[in-house]
Design a protein around this ligand. Structure first.
Ligand code: SAM
Ligand code: SF4
Length: 587
């Protein structure tokens, strides 16, 4: 019989610097004791076995499962004051990776790509090695997404594939450990451990610092979890490790969580409350990336332009928040702190040759000072993601987005007046609760009216815990959702092709990423609007060294004359290698 126990440990610690007051909680389900003690091993393993028993008996003194479950929903501060010191369950050396190999697999959004780098940075410091070969991995970690049902189904399918690998490794000396990280761990919690006994570790988005400990618990053959959300975790002091050393661009997380509570969205429940990273630590990371030669950073957050750094007292005066005109907010109005315009200004000054992008913003937080800065600063890309979700004011109200179609369209016009040539993209959901054919037609007409350059279109997927789940009816049949989605995709493509064709004949600045996937004779890069640009790999003049003929390398800026355009890609021929500063004279 499996015994079931749990451990709650909550600690406030200065170990990670003054920024990070860390709370953590773990649930573990002790597996059959016999499976640990029955192995007959030569000396080192016997010692290891003794250590495991010792470890298991230390774990046995922890609080009960009920205690954990009761506490899991309590606010963090309360938990922190309830428990003084963590019991010494683990010795320092048990937290070390001892060169075990970790295979990380990322699903979902760019936040998850960045979270993977954060998790890896933490594990690397603990002595783990990274492998890109699944077969030689000692630990497999899946960084997961819960935004739609389909995203979760992909993970369940992947777990079934990994089952065979794990079963084979059960007989080997070094068992394989499997961990679920991120939003799905947070949303489903112990349901994953119960449903998939093969999962050893669960770590929610705010628990990556705890990974070495969770993996140490898993090493003793027990399941381990930490799904506690934090009010202040921003991983400010964790420098993410760039996964590709030849990369030209990097993501920099500037805030986490979301307070908006759009009725369809699971994010506030999986990623917790909105909190921003201190400006100083963001600037430090951007400076390091610039020193490494990276040419582009994308500032990341669930609501990146709601950024508000309240860490410095002198900026916490009661200055009210400027929203986009005609927009309201669902959450309590916040005041003071260093806002997104300040951060954007500072980040763009670090390296004039470094392009700055940001995603994903909320339309409500585009005050004039942000738009003006984007217009003025050469290295801030003239590209704005403006998630609309629907073109019907009635549906927008049901979604609790805080704006009407009219306010959204007025913002689009205002942005286009403030930033001539700006490239716009958006997110749309087809078939939200109560969406009628007339509402859908309104969304189609918004796509036609705005003519976005890029779009991300989804069929609505009802998520438990959300307001829509509790209050609304998922009443649009699946086939209708899919048909409407198809229609939105078709219209989006037609309009994006038209919008992108206005670039034909123009000369655009392109940051070279590398060879095109389709042809080794072509190079691929991105224009200022973040559209992919393909052009033949040819010799060209270098503007900084007249007379010198060069071939473009990843990380170079080149001028490309655009010759054709589709809904997702531009094609052209290269004119010369240049710099971001010099290029403004050409475009
Ligand atoms: N914070 C951004 C905003 O306010 O628009 C969006 C971030 S959200 C993680 C990314 C996109 O996923 C959303 O813009 C929305 O279009 C889509 N999405 C969120 N919940 C969804 C759901 N339940 N079903 C379908 N799509 C959803
Ligand atoms: Fe989700 Fe709305 Fe927050 Fe975006 S703003 S992450 S859609 S709750």
């Amino acid at each position: 019989m499996h015994s079931l126990q749990c451990v709650l440990q909550v600690q406030r610690s200065l170990r990670w610097g003054p920024m990070a007051s860390v709370s953590w909680l773990s649930l573990r389900m002790c597996m059959a004791h016999s499976s640990l003690s029955s192995t007959t091993c030569p000396n080192p393993e016997r010692q290891e076995d003794g250590a495991r028993k010792d470890f298991s008996s230390r774990l046995a003194t922890g609080p009960t499962l009920q205690y954990f479950l009761r506490s899991a929903s309590a606010p963090q501060e309360k938990l922190s004051s309830e428990v003084e010191d963590p019991p010494p369950y683990l010795m320092m050396d048990e937290l070390l990776g001892r060169q075990r190999k970790v295979y990380l697999e990322t699903y979902g959004c760019q936040m998850n790509v960045n979270d993977t780098e954060i998790a890896w940075s933490i594990l690397q410091k603990s002595g783990y090695l990274r492998t890109s070969n699944l077969q030689e991995a000692d630990v497999i970690l899946l960084v997961t997404c819960s935004i739609r049902e389909k995203a979760e189904q992909t993970i369940w399918n992947r777990l079934h594939q990994l089952k065979a690998l794990k079963t084979r490794r059960l007989r080997s000396r070094v068992p394989l450990r499997i961990g679920i990280l991120g939003c799905m761990a947070e949303r489903l919690k112990e349901e994953i451990l119960n449903r998939e006994k093969m999962v050893d570790v669960l770590a929610g988005p705010d628990a990556y610092r705890d990974l070495p400990r969770l993996l140490a618990v898993a090493e003793s053959g027990q399941q381990a979890a930490n799904v506690l959300l934090s009010l202040d975790e921003t991983y400010a002091d964790v420098m993410p490790v760039q996964t590709s050393p030849s990369a030209t661009s990097a993501f920099v997380s500037i805030m986490r969580g979301c307070d908006n509570m759009c009725t369809y969205c699971i994010v506030p429940f999986t990623r917790g409350r909105e909190r921003s990273r201190p400006v100083a630590s963001i600037l430090e990371e951007v400076r390091k990336l610039s020193e490494q030669g990276l040419k582009e950073v994308t500032l990341l957050g669930q609501n990146v332009n709601s950024f508000r750094d309240n860490s410095e007292v002198q900026f916490n005066s009661a200055v009210s928040t400027n929203l986009s005109r005609g927009f309201t907010t669902n959450c309590k109005t916040k005041q003071g702190g260093l806002r997104f315009a300040h951060l954007l200004d500072q980040v763009s000054r670090v390296d004039p040759e470094m392009r700055i992008r940001f995603t994903s913003p909320h339309p409500k937080d585009f005050p004039d000072e942000v738009l003006q800065l984007i217009h003025e600063r050469d290295n801030i890309c003239k590209q704005i993601h403006l998630p609309a979700q629907s073109g019907s004011s009635r549906v927008l109200e049901a979604m609790r987005r805080g704006y009407s179609r009219e306010a959204y369209v007025a913002l689009v016009h205002h942005i286009r007046e403030s930033i001539p040539g700006v490239s716009l993209s958006s997110d749309f959901i087809a078939g939200f609760c109560g969406e009628t054919e007339e509402d859908h037609v309104q969304t189609v007409s918004l796509l036609r009216e705005v003519q976005y350059n890029m779009g991300f279109l989804f069929a609505y997927s009802m998520r438990q815990k959300t307001r829509a789940y509790h209050r609304l009816k998922d009443d649009v049949p699946e086939e209708v959702k899919l048909r409407r989605l198809e229609e939105l995709i078709t219209v989006f493509r037609e309009e994006a092709t038209k919008a992108n064709q206005t670039a034909v004949g123009c000369t655009q600045l392109v940051l070279v990423e590398g060879l095109s996937k389709r042809s080794a004779a072509d190079l691929c890069g991105r224009n200022d609007g973040n559209l992919k640009v393909i052009f033949p790999d040819a010799e060209m003049e270098d503007v900084s060294n007249p007379g010198l003929r060069v071939r473009a390398q990843p990380g170079d800026y080149v001028l490309v004359q655009i010759t054709s355009a589709g809904s997702q890609t531009l094609k052209g021929h290269v004119l010369c290698r240049t710099t971001l500063k010099d290029s403004s004279a050409y475009c």
